[in-house]
Ligand binder design. Sequence first.
Ligand SMILES: Cc1ncc(C[n+]2csc(CCOP(=O)(O)OP(=O)(O)O)c2C)c(N)n1
Ligand SMILES: [Mg+2]
Length: 325
Amino acid sequence: MNRDWWLARWRTMFVIRTVEETIARMVSSGEVVSPCHLCIGQEAVAAGVCAALSDGDSVWGGHRSHGHYLAKGGSIEALFAEVLGRTTGCSGGRGGSMHLLDLDHGVLGTVPIVAATVPLAAGAALAYKMRGEARVAVSFFGDGAVEEGHVHETLNLAALYRLPIVFVCENNLYSSHLHWTERRRADNLSQAGAFHSVPGVSVDGNDVEAVYNAAAEAVERARSGDGPALIECRTFRWRGHVGSSFDLDVGLNRQGELADWLLKDPISRYEERLGELGCSSLAATKEIIRREVCDALDAARLGPEPRPERVFESVWTSNEAACAR
Ligand SMILES: Cc1ncc(C[n+]2csc(CCOP(=O)(O)OP(=O)(O)O)c2C)c(N)n1
Ligand SMILES: [Mg+2]
């Protein structure tokens, strides 16, 4: 890994952090009303996995997917416009924070129904395989999603058909306000695929290099026809389940846990590494990124509000009366 590699990964994480801190302020002020689930503290997972992907590969996510969208190349302005409900948003302002799309960059769907996109990612992987394309689908999901039955059905099908898919479980220890110890007997999510013959590893999800290494190996395996793999990335979300607050009054001991995890900040731990590699100061780069994010927000705010008479466009219905309205 050379200096440019580190700088690019650090940059992706810093962009995600800066965009999400901006969204947090917009949620607090009431400017954003779309429910926003922030991934602040988890940035290394999206940055590390997406660094191992090619343009033609796809990513699929859930309710906490701003990081996946940005790391795969999604536009900052279109994300801001989406959370503001503008027609220039990445989903036309119809989806909000939890429904992000960027077909050009392979962000094929994020959906807030927990684990909903896991089988969809397998569907994409099946299509790649049937068409003989050397493409890979990545399914991002949380630790809570592993409790959904169709995740296990998908793991089995993916193994059976040797689909080119990588399952990335972002284990932030919580599902909403429930700590994993209130939901499971054992701390063993990396083994979730073993019964279905999907190999799994567990990595430090706050270490972008460790995430990248595991992802690169799994992507290579999938692309070369050896089938799926599962990566458990252990991490922690700094903010509450939804919105901008820190939710310190929920969970088993969130206050103590957060204090521990703040010390493992995936971004600042690499600033030291970058210093060793000769990036003497990141202050100027940080300022440029902050400016870019501010400019994107200014542009997004100028986007048009949706017109009420267009509400039924893009809505599928078999009810002709509804269409005629
Ligand atoms: C099928 C379904 N059940 C329950 C919910 C309510 N819900 C939304 S997010 C969430 C927690 C998901 O936890 P996890 O998968 O660990 O993701 P995280 O929020 O930690 O990123 C729940 C239960 C839902 N959206 N969909
Ligand atoms: Mg979770």
